[in-house]
Write a protein that binds this ligand. Sequence first.
Ligand SMILES: NC(=O)c1ccc[n+]([C@@H]2O[C@H](COP(=O)([O-])OP(=O)(O)OC[C@H]3O[C@@H](n4cnc5c(N)ncnc54)[C@H](O)[C@@H]3O)[C@@H](O)[C@H]2O)c1
Length: 438
Amino acid sequence: MNFEKICVLGLGYIGLPTASTFATHGLQVVGVDVNAKIVETLKNGSVHIHEPGLRTLVEAAVKSGKLTISEKPEEADAFIIAVPTPFYGDKTGEHNGEPHKLADMRAVTAATEAILPFLRRGNLIVLESTSPPRTTVDLVAPILEKSGLKAGTDFYLAYSPERVLPGQILRELIENARVIGGVTPESAQAGAALYSLFVKGEIIQTDATTAEMVKLMENTYRDVNIAIANEFSRLAERFGVDIWEAVSLANRHPRVKILSPGPGVGGHCISVDPWFFVEAAPDLTPLIYTARKVNDEQPHYVMALVQKALGSLKGKKIAALGLAYKPDVDDLRESPAAEAVHLLLDAGASVRAYEPFKVEGLPGIPMAASFQEVLHDAEMILLLVRHTQFAEMKPAEVAAMTSARLVVDTVNAWPREIWEKAGFHVLRLGDGKRTLSA
Ligand SMILES: NC(=O)c1ccc[n+]([C@@H]2O[C@H](COP(=O)([O-])OP(=O)(O)OC[C@H]3O[C@@H](n4cnc5c(N)ncnc54)[C@H](O)[C@@H]3O)[C@@H](O)[C@H]2O)c1
């Protein structure tokens, strides 16, 4: 198949790098987003998300004339859908009396409907948004077939999951292995032909539902493994064990690789995607469901640890370091760090947060504009995200900025012995050797 022009719908963390990379590899690309502010920002030559190298790539793509930005799709050889697939905030499903979250597929539906008027025989449509099993065949195909054309016969339709790591997106987009599942083998082939324009990793063809399930399995596997690490950290606190020591010792076993505990699981993927399995098959997913619950409860354990450290929370001045859902990214979606701060605020603590990757923070959370400012009159430092900038702080530097000498470290970023030598009292999440006697 020959591709000259494509439309990429959704210009976020996935769609914008994808659109720009295709453009810098010779295709004419129309980047489409329904958010007028994002369209405006990109048209003005700015970039609305933080991702290393992305600004330069987008500038190169726009400057070459190969990437144009629009609020509407237009005729093209291929269409890629990379719109959000969150869960509903205001409604849940239920199975055996247990509530579960529901996938909000409105953006996928709307993007597919927007393609419909421009769909032509021989086009390729690829869904990249992480989706519940069978979305490509049961949701996307019927909408596109309203054109009178048949999926797999008159046009190619495929699902291709994105597995890039935020912070490394531009490199991983090109180097990662890519799975492409077609509604027919020819559809998978057409998808492989498109992505082979820039993908250097292996491209593996399969059917659409397998590709959807592969993506959900990858993230669910990680969620369940983080849940067991979090549960181990609770056990360690109960039994007077330091979880960080215990995990590093257990991982000396040649076939064991326990992940790190922390304040919880967030972001747009791992904390969301397992629900798609639970919603689609609640009778088959007790383990996945429980793992989600364990990880969602983790901010409450952070609050309990802070309470233990401070006695009462009322009016206590806490400097919260980090709101992102993981280190060195500006993404605050579903962030357990933000959830922990909200819980502390609700309990009456006077929390101020500093998030170097998104200084404006989130509504409802008092923010400081700098490291100095957040520490200024704090009584306690709560380390919630292992941003490199935080991990590299020296105790002497911090001691010079604040009189606070109490640290609660939920991510094991500040080596306890070093910080304690410098006069700090450090409580770490899962460190039962300290928290038992705290
Ligand atoms: N961010 C990641 O690291 C990552 C990794 C793998 C998979 N995914 C999946 O990729 C998909 C996109 O994620 P993201 O992080 O890029 O989301 P995002 O929120 O950063 O970007 C999505 C963009 O789509 C736009 N949009 C919404 N509805 C639209 C429509 N009907 N037409 C055109 N544009 C529309 C939004 O305005 C937004 O700019 C999701 O399904 C996500 O689960 C994300």
